[in-house]
Design a protein around this ligand. Structure first.
Ligand code: NAP
Length: 287
């Protein structure tokens, strides 16, 4: 009999995460018995939750804000992209060990590989964990990268030696004209449909491909600006689905199309109570 797949997501808050819905759909798709629990963990409870995770014998779990970096100290080993990025969003149990991965970086790499673009100049807006994962994927593909962040000092500390850095407010149309890719890895626009990370004077040229990581709302102001300008666009659910597909494969060995995860994430957004419902169990053998 196939062992039960026991998964979860550790973060704070996690109540509105779409990951339970995505991974429940994937378990069902594969006919696997399992569960995906919410593991709400305020920062001061990280050690306690990690002890619980070790004794509860989870197959693996996702890690989200605010633990993507602090969790490193609680793991037994890191896969190479997690080492380079310095952040973990997916943990896999191997024997008695917990191994940290960064499927945001791997998912972004797959998105880039699916675009009809050759490596050129990219602008990444942001300097947090999502920006570091994106810069890792771009740098591994030979892109020249300019990072624009609201707090330039944070970007200089994060990207010394691997990207040029500019305060976001100083970004001009010249930098944007020179780029073939612009990627928003900030929280600007998250839950705020009228907010864009772009300084007001910026006009997007139609040759640009714009990748958005914010997915609430699905069409952010930046994506509207890009669509109106005639740019190629990639919305925030693309990475959400890609990182989920990569995480699911690491845990179960089963490769599913990103579309399975994307559809589940879209359905969860349509039913606000969906995340809680999806945190319920799948299959018979549950605890
Ligand atoms: P983080 O580490 O907290 O970094 C947040 C970044 O956003 C910082 O660069 C911050 O600038 C910037 N920022 C926040 N509000 C801003 C505003 N109003 N204007 C301009 N910049 C602003 O967060 P993270 O983990 O990197 O995540 C960043 C975003 O990506 C979040 O919205 C997250 O939900 C999204 N994300 C999506 C996916 C996906 O699968 N689609 C995956 C990962 C992350 P300062 O440094 O100046 O504070």
């Amino acid at each position: 009999m196939t062992p039960e797949v026991r998964l979860g997501i550790m973060g704070y808050p996690v109540a509105h995460s779409r990951s339970p819905a995505m991974h429940q759909a994937a378990l069902q798709h594969c006919g696997l018995s399992g569960s995906y629990q919410l593991l709400p963990t305020p920062p001061e409870q990280l050690t306690e939750t990690m002890q619980h995770i070790r004794s509860a014998q989870l197959t693996g779990f996702n890690v989200t804000i605010p633990h993507k970096e602090t969790v490193l100290a609680h793991l037994d080993a890191l896969e190479t992209s997690a080492q380079r990025v310095g952040a973990v969003n997916c943990v896999v149990r191997e024997g008695r060990g917990l191994i940290g991965h960064n499927t945001d970086a791997g998912g972004m790499a797959r998105i880039l590989d699916g675009l009809p673009l050759s490596a050129g100049r990219a602008i990444v807006i942001g300097a947090g964990g999502a920006a570091r994962a994106s810069v890792d994927a771009l740098a591994c593909r030979g892109w020249r990268i300019l990072v624009a962040n609201r707090t330039a000092e944070r970007a200089r500390a994060a990207f010394a030696g691997c990207a040029e850095v500019l305060p976001l407010a100083d970004m001009t149309n010249r930098e944007v004209e020179d780029a073939s890719l612009l990627l928003n890895a900030t929280a600007a626009g998250m839950g705020r449909p009228h907010e864009s990370p772009l300084p007001a004077a910026i006009r997007l040229p139609p040759h640009l491909t714009v990748i958005e990581l914010v997915y609430t709302p699905l069409e952010t102001r930046l994506l509207r600006q890009a669509r109106t300008a005639g740019c190629t666009t990639v919305d925030g659910l693309a990475l959400l689905a890609a990182q989920a597909a990569d995480s699911f494969e690491l845990w179960t060995g089963r490769r599913l199309p990103d579309e399975v995860f994307r559809r589940a994430a879209e359905s969860a957004a349509e039913a606000p109570e969906g995340a809680e419902r999806a945190a319920g169990r799948v299959g018979a053998a549950t605890t």
